[in-house]
Write a new protein. Structure first.
Length: 238
């Protein structure tokens, strides 16, 4: 498989190491330094593009891949206010897009548990819920895309919460997301359901970027030759 890597930070390097071990090759590596220099011809050498750039560049990168009929796997967060627009564009152009805020299979399963627990808690008003996400200090967006996904899962199943806020809040219908940044933390997400009597805690702790890289590369392999809009539920099949 020939890969165009759009964004060559920590995740890009982790994916490259795994790709090399599996016999894949990179035909293009786009960084913040050479972003303006690569051509459509460069991009068209790839079977698939893996997009882990910055929020400001993600939409442009994805559109360019769609225009050139290169299926694209994107894990960039912080641009989702334009997600519906990109989905429409991809469908009109008959392109291929796989998006996930987190490519860890463990996080996907964690999300399924989160959704089910929120559904159960809809009938248990004594419990208050809060999300905490902890990431490395280089992470530019807050809250994390994964935390937002977890919040959306809760909001879709818990009638007493109407929106989320990226801070502690006393507003009864708001779901707080607390963002913390610390050195050398790949990603931790914690959901606390607290009542006077007890607390139920769900937590996912990433030990390295390996799980994210493995999921992204698997998604890229799966996307070669495909058109349409996909996510982790399609890849995992649950």
């Amino acid at each position: 498989m020939k890969i165009a890597m759009l964004g060559y930070g920590k995740m890009g390097k982790a994916i490259e190491k795994l790709a090399n071990e599996q016999g894949h090759s990179y035909v293009l590596k786009v960084t913040s330094q050479n972003m303006a220099e690569y051509t459509d011809a460069d991009l068209k050498k790839a079977d698939v593009a893996i997009e882990f750039s910055q929020p400001a560049a993600a939409v442009k990168n994805i559109r360019r891949c769609i225009d050139l009929q290169i299926p694209v796997v994107s894990g960039t967060t912080g641009w989702l206010e334009q997600y519906d627009e990109i989905v429409d564009y991809c469908q009109i152009k008959k392109g291929g897009l796989f998006y996930a805020s987190n490519f860890s299979i463990g996080v996907y399963l964690f999300g399924l548990i989160n959704t089910k627990l929120a559904e159960l808690m809809n009938h248990q008003p004594a419990y208050e819920v809060a999300i905490t996400e902890i990431h490395h200090t280089q992470k530019k967006d807050a809250p994390s895309g994964t935390a937002i996904t977890l919040a959306q899962q809760i909001l879709g199943n818990l009638d007493r919460k109407k929106s989320w806020k990226n801070s502690a809040t006393e507003t009864a219908n708001m779901l707080p997301i607390i963002s913390e940044r610390a050195d050398q933390v790949p990603g931790t997400h914690r959901i606390d359901w607290s009542a006077a009597e007890d607390t139920i805690r769900l937590e996912h702790i990433a030990h390295s970027r390996q799980g994210f890289a493995k999921g992204a590369l698997t998604a890229a392999e799966w996307m070669v030759g495909k058109t349409g809009i996909y996510g982790m539920e399609d890849l995992v099949g649950i």
